[in-house]
Design a protein around this ligand. Structure first.
Ligand code: 5AD
Ligand code: SF4
Length: 472
């Protein structure tokens, strides 16, 4: 049993050379050990977690498992969890009741927890104390160890807990069962060293480690050969890509080289305003296949709050960058993340955030009420703001965000835009759906055969969250 340790997870060393790249290889004797068995995975959280689930699924299928939609019939149930806010936590603990019922009827079912919550010392302690029917807990640094862990459970019927608190090597050659045949996630870095005071990610995902450019470029080339149209370069703070590598090769260099592969669409998430360089802006503006869509988290518009959040920029720095992006990248769409109710956020602080929203008129935004996370500095800050006040601020903020989302969409009415058609529309089965270059969801009147192609679409109607259009 290897349980997580918060103190270990907080540590950072300067020994970059120690981060090695090793290749994942599945030992012959493990292939097919679960033939005939079924797995069910429920994924919470961000794109990184979605992509980890694609990795976990592929590993399970190498072991012989097949995926199943009905949890009640699965032999292995896995919750790949998120720790970013309390409600993500509560959802998982709420769901465990359903797994307990299944285990009572079918004790042989393997119940597992992975992902960011598995990295938290408090969570694993709670699982050990109160949820003893959980058979498997593995962390974000232990995915490549899944075959051995499953083998031990199948052979010994003994529960397995393996959570490395310290990030290890970069594992290459991992298999993925991708959700889409047209767009793919590509990890470019793991972990984060920014330590914003509210954020648990540096503890759950470890030190920043960039993948080697050769590995990233060969993955993108192979995806292109397989017919993929779009890649999204993934990392907690992609703009800091390469800072931990010995060679002088940064995000702008990577973007340029990925662009040269000729893949049709390139996106990247998430950007921290601190590391967004002029060189990056140059590359984005001159490469047609880098999409004009940037997610640029603001978090707060008050300098006092930004300072306490440890964000390393001021409102003025942020606005400068924002306007530079708008000016240099034609037709760019910019979205953001905002937290309200940070400890002792005053009405004036909040109004400054609203003012930035009025200035930036975001294409859309994810908005959250601050949620204290155990082990982070902000969780220990004094906070006298009432819950009702925070909720009311969130509502006021959302009202403005929605207003500007609709305004941004209005500008598309009557225009012809390129849409990568991904599948059947959820709203209307006679239509297909996809995203514009600027990441706007469009429901399109077009033939189903267009799924997987980039087509020209005339926008006929717009709503707050989506647009309607027809192929032209
Ligand atoms: N409470 C509320 N929101 C948070 N986020 C990160 N940590 C917290 C927290 N403790 C938000 C930030 C981040 C997004 C992914 O989640 O806005 O950009
Ligand atoms: Fe993703 Fe962060 Fe949630 Fe982990 S805690 S799943 S990195 S959003």
């Amino acid at each position: 049993m290897i349980v997580p340790n918060l103190k270990e997870a907080m540590k950072r060393s300067r020994e970059n050379a120690k981060v090695q790249t090793i290749n994942y290889i599945l030992e012959e004797n493990l292939k097919g050990i679960a033939l005939g068995k079924h797995y069910f995975i429920k994924t919470y959280g961000c794109q990184m977690n979605e992509h980890d689930s694609e990795n976990i699924k592929a590993i399970l299928e190498e072991l012989g498992f097949t995926e199943i939609d009905c949890m009640e019939e699965a032999d292995f149930i896995l919750l790949n969890t998120c720790a970013i806010r309390e409600n993500a936590h509560n959802k998982v603990f709420g769901f465990l009741g359903r797994i307990k019922n299944i285990k009572e009827k079918r004790p042989d079912v393997i119940a597992g927890i992975s992902g960011c919550m598995a990295q938290e010392e408090v969570v694993v302690n709670e699982i050990l104390e109160k949820y003893n029917y959980i058979d498997l807990v593995f962390g974000t640094h232990n995915i490549h160890r899944l075959p051995q862990l499953i083998q031990s459970i199948l052979n010994k019927r003994e529960s397995q807990i393996e959570v490395f608190s310290k990030e290890g090597d970069i594992i290459e050659n991992m298999p993925f069962k991708r959700d889409s045949k047209y767009k793919a996630w590509v990890n470019i870095m793991y972990g984060c060293d920014k330590f914003c005071t509210y954020c648990i990610v540096p503890y759950t995902r470890g030190k920043q480690r960039s993948r080697r450019k050769e590995a990233i470029l060969s993955e993108v080339k192979s995806l292109k050969e397989q017919g993929y149209k779009e890649v999204t370069l993934l990392g907690q703070n992609v703009n800091a890509y390469g800072k931990d590598l010995e060679e002088n090769y940064r995000m702008e260099d990577l973007l340029f080289d990925v662009s040269k592969t000729g893949i049709e669409r390139i996106r990247f998430v998430t950007s921290h305003p601190w590391d967004f360089t002029d060189k990056m802006i140059d590359v984005i503006s001159k490469c047609d296949n880098i999409m004009p869509y940037i997610h640029l988290p603001l978090q707060s518009g008050s300098n006092a709050i930004l300072k306490r959040m440890g964000r390393r920029y001021t409102k003025e720095d942020y606005l400068n960058l924002f306007h530079k992006l708008k000016e240099k990248i034609p037709n760019v769409a910019i979205t953001t993340d905002i937290i309200v109710g940070f400890p002792n956020e005053t009405e004036e602080d909040f109004e400054e955030t609203l003012q930035v929203v009025e200035m930036c008129k975001y294409d859309s935004a994810f908005t959250f009420i601050f949620s204290p996370r155990v082990g982070t500095p902000a969780a220990n800050m004094e906070d006298t703001i009432l819950k009702e006040v925070k909720e009311e601020r969130l509502q006021r903020l959302n009202e403005r965000i929605n207003y500007y989302s609709k305004c941004a969409n209005e500008a598309y009415k009557g225009k012809i835009v390129k849409v990568l058609i991904e599948g059947i529309s959820e709203k209307d089965e006679t239509k297909v759906m996809g995203y514009t270059e600027t990441m706007k969801l469009v429901n399109v009147k077009a033939d189903k055969e267009k799924i997987g192609s980039i087509i020209n679409v005339k926008i006929t109607d717009v709503k707050t969250w989506s647009m309607d259009g027809e192929e032209v």
